[in-house]
Write a protein that binds this ligand. Structure first.
Ligand SMILES: Nc1ncnc2c1ncn2[C@@H]1O[C@H](COP(=O)(O)OP(=O)(O)OP(=O)(O)O)[C@@H](O)[C@H]1O
Ligand SMILES: [Mg+2]
Length: 228
């Protein structure tokens, strides 16, 4: 049996008296590529923030593996046009201990490696503020990956990307998922991507969330049941 990375037990989260979702149960195993879908406001980002420990559950628990190391790309990030750090220095910020700019040779090599992996080599020295939206997204992904997490969380990270760039990014993620057993949580409204790359799904709904192998979701989509 695979190792359980995250076990969500009977979880309810609310803001004040307003519940977001209730009685959620889901297990995420090591190496799983989980799509999290649901309408706007269903609580996808809220669930992620609860897993990260930024929000307290109203009820229930989240049990995480003791070796869990998370790389996280949040849904929104403000990088304005005069942001001074270069793409590669920004990626390097994620090394634990914030040693920048005094990084070790190994760390510098790792930054170069991840830059090549996500396809940013041509603009590695450009200030991040001057990068395009898609280039910024690739940079955020590279930053989340640079310190070799075993769980990658992507919250709508492909939303503003053109179709080719979306595929490119997901292919990079899938490759690491398959070759290094990286566990992935992919929050998205893009059903084409969701049915192509992930192997499991969680469909967040107010009281009756469902989860299972991805082909179940694809079948429900064909029947027109899923509308997210
Ligand atoms: N800090 C907060 N205080 C009060 N309500 C909040 C807070 N954060 C989120 N909510 C509410 O909780 C609900 C779930 O929000 P959440 O951001 O998790 O949705 P989501 O599924 O990620 O939606 P989207 O697809 O639009 O990103 C929404 O109704 C939102 O307004
Ligand atoms: Mg969200």
């Amino acid at each position: 049996m695979s190792k359980e990375m995250i076990k969500v037990n009977d979880l309810s989260v609310a803001f004040g008296k307003q519940p977001v979702f209730q009685n959620l149960n889901v297990t995420i195993n090591q190496g799983e590529f989980l799509a999290v879908v649901g309408m706007n406001g269903a609580g996808k980002t809220t669930l992620i923030r609860t897993i990260l420990g930024q929000l307290k559950p109203k009820h229930g628990t989240i049990i995480t593996d003791s070796d869990l190391k998370i790389g996280y790309v949040p849904q929104f990030r403000n990088i304005d046009s005069d942001y001074p750090l270069s793409v590669s220095d920004f990626i390097g910020l994620n090394f634990t201990g914030l040693k920048w700019p005094w990084m070790s040779k190994t760390e510098k090599q790792r930054i170069q490696e991840v830059i090549a992996e996500v396809g940013l080599s041509k603009i590695a020295n450009r200030p991040l503020g001057k990068a395009s939206g898609g280039e910024k997204q690739k940079t955020y992904l590279a930053q989340a990956l640079v310190d070799r997490p075993n769980l990658l969380i992507l919250d709508e990270s492909t939303a503003s990307l053109d179709p080719n760039t979306k595929e490119e990014l997901l292919k990079v993620v899938k490759k690491i998922n398959q070759e290094q057993h990286l566990t992935v949580i992919f929050v998205s409204h893009d059903m084409e991507l969701v049915t192509q790359y992930p192997d499991h799904y969680l469909w967040l709904q107010p009281d009756a969330s469902t989860s299972g192998p991805i082909n179940e979701l694809a079948a429900q989509m064909k029947e027109g049941i899923v509308n997210v």
